[in-house]
Design a protein around this ligand. Structure first.
Ligand code: SF4
Length: 293
């Protein structure tokens, strides 16, 4: 069995385990390459139909192509699509782009708190109505106890400390030292009632694995990843005001794979264009402990 097929099989196995063990399960879809590959794997794992909702935390500052891509494929693939947002902070203009707080504070409000409240059902949630093509506010949102997330160990330091099945406490906090061990690829899916669990089927994938798999499976990616003739492209996607493009003329998946194979970015962190990481000392650990994706 080749390397990509081994990775695919393991991820599909974890996805099916998650579906078998968690009643209130959802999957985060940030529209980036990792969670879009995860979505492709979920469609494969369940024969084309994803049997749990896809959740997007919309900061309102995402690059517009990302939202257009999300809605296009949510409709095409008939996804149960939900987005959550910190409406209160946005209305109060309590954000970094409005000049009223630091990047870390803004990420805490628009990402961490929005995610926490979307997952526990206390915040506003909007669900795609496939008949009208519009999003409607959910009337009685309930809590998700299992959430599938497309993080990879090699992407950034704090993510390498995650488990495949990683418990969070009632307030979404992450106690790194208290996670169950996962020796010899065995993992625990049995947690005390009410435990919120993050599930990470892509932990073993690298950036190159991901792009080789995108090439092999012909997975459509948002156009921002490709050079449009300006010698720049995004390597990692996020909010428009805080994400920089990298210098690259790669305009196809094949060219990105080639670029990564030649080691062009081997000394440049994948998230180097994400300004908020730098404010967290480059590690994101504080934000992730508090629930950041
Ligand atoms: S990435 Fe920038 S705009 Fe987005 S939530 Fe963080 S600070 Fe705010």
């Amino acid at each position: 069995m080749d390397h990509l097929t081994k990775l695919e099989n393991k991820s599909i196995h974890i996805l099916r385990e998650a579906y078998a063990n968690f009643k209130d399960l959802g999957m985060l879809w940030s529209i980036g390459k990792d969670s879009t590959v995860l979505l492709h794997l979920a469609r494969k794992a369940f024969f084309g139909h994803v049997p749990f909702p896809l959740i997007h935390i919309d900061t309102n500052y995402k690059i517009p192509e990302m939202i257009a891509y999300r809605d296009n494929y949510a409709k095409k693939w008939k996804l149960d699509m939900i987005y959550g947002q910190n409406i209160e902070a946005l209305q109060a203009k309590n954000t970094f782009p409005d000049g009223n707080c630091s990047r870390l504070e803004c990420c805490k409000l628009l990402k961490t708190e929005a995610l926490r409240d979307t997952l526990n059902g206390t915040g506003p949630r909007f669900r795609l109505n496939h008949e009208t093509g519009e999003y409607e506010r959910e009337k009685n949102p309930t809590a998700f106890t299992g959430v599938i997330v497309g993080v990879r160990s090699d992407e950034e330091g704090s993510r390498s400390k995650e488990r495949y099945f990683s418990p969070r406490n009632q307030t979404n906090d992450w106690n790194i030292g208290e996670q169950p061990p996962e020796f010899w690829n065995q993992y625990k899916t049995d947690f005390a009632p009410g435990t919120h669990v993050r599930i990470h089927p892509l932990l073993d994938w690298t950036e190159l694995d991901l792009w080789e798999y995108i090439q092999r499976e012909n997975i459509p990616m948002v156009s921002l990843y490709f050079d449009q003739g300006e010698g720049k492209r995004y390597r990692s996607l996020g909010c428009g005001p805080c994400t920089l493009a990298v210098e690259s003329t790669a305009s196809t998946v094949e060219e990105i794979v080639e670029e990564l194979r030649t080691g062009k970015f081997s000394n440049i962190a994948e998230r180097s264009g994400r300004a908020q990481d730098k404010e967290d000392g480059g590690g994101l650990e504080e934000l992730r402990k508090a629930g950041y994706m």
